[in-house]
Ligand binder design. Sequence first.
Ligand SMILES: *Cc1c(COP(=O)(O)O)cnc(C)c1O
Length: 356
Amino acid sequence: MSRPTLATIHSGALRHNLGVVRRHAPHSRVFAVVKANAYGHGLACAARTLRDADGYALVELGAALELRQSGYRQPILLLEGFFEPRELAEITAHHLAAVVHSREQLAMLGELPAGAGLEVYLKLNTGMNRLGFAPAEFGAVLAALKSNAGVGRITLMTHFASADEVRGVTWQMDIFERVTGGVSLPKSLANSAAIMRYPETQADWVRPGIMLYGCSPFPEQTGAEIGIRPAMTLESQVIAVQTLKKGETVGYGGVFAAGRNTRVGVVACGYADGYPRHAPTGTPIMVEGRMTRTVGRVSMDMLCADLTDIPEARVGSRVVLWGEEVPVEHVAAAAGTVGYELLCGLAPRVRVVERE
Ligand SMILES: *Cc1c(COP(=O)(O)O)cnc(C)c1O
């Protein structure tokens, strides 16, 4: 048998989650955000399963071209736009839409041939202070785009910094409305957290990412708690069982010492599979259908689980690292990160299968 480390992508969950987006934002068109290999779920699989979305959004030009080559005709938005002028020919040839967020990009658009019809998402910086034009320069930039004969349709956009936190979006919404209120162009603002919590942000296009994959954008809730279903299960098996006497340690650094006689299952999954090395002893994990905890340090190819209270567990027992039974949000919280990072960090060596 091959190495048992396996990621299952649940297409039914992806479709269910798109339905949840639709119910929350019934009047908006939906860009399914499929950057970073669809948050680790596989671009081809996610795009196919989410083909009822109105468009796709991502950051990688190569992946956008793959979607076009696979026959997808929906709008495709490049969330960071272009990085050098020579990308523009390909972008316009394949009818990709590009975010324009900087003076440098604006200058590159000077080389755009008249009639190229480049669709632009003009980004306003409303306080995230990452990408986008300042409110004071927005009018002039919009005028420049409108007078550029190579630019086609223009949509106005911004991105929220704290839609998942108590700080919320109002402070950014106020700026967006003040600057763009009088402009009758389509608008796009909301990520997953804003879609769920702030319906006033939904506008013409929403941009859900993480919620499509069944992971909560909110630190205090799991996906299940907000009505979405995890689209990825990462599982493996116990490949060895050790019995530690009180005081003995397991794994690198001996950071876990048994406080009593302890049965330990060695699991074929480590940080080279995308499991977080920073997950400490006590991180939730499921063995043979029972919840338990990891013990000791996660290594490249293996980690250890406490089997002391699961006497039926043995070599070959199924282990769930995350998925429906073990919320990825809980594993991430234990490791000091977020579900986003764990999902998109799934390593290429992990076998991936798709299931309904
Ligand atoms: C990644 C991204 C999104 C999706 O965010 P989620 O929190 O995953 O829903 C939306 N908009 C932009 C600009 C992004 O970069």
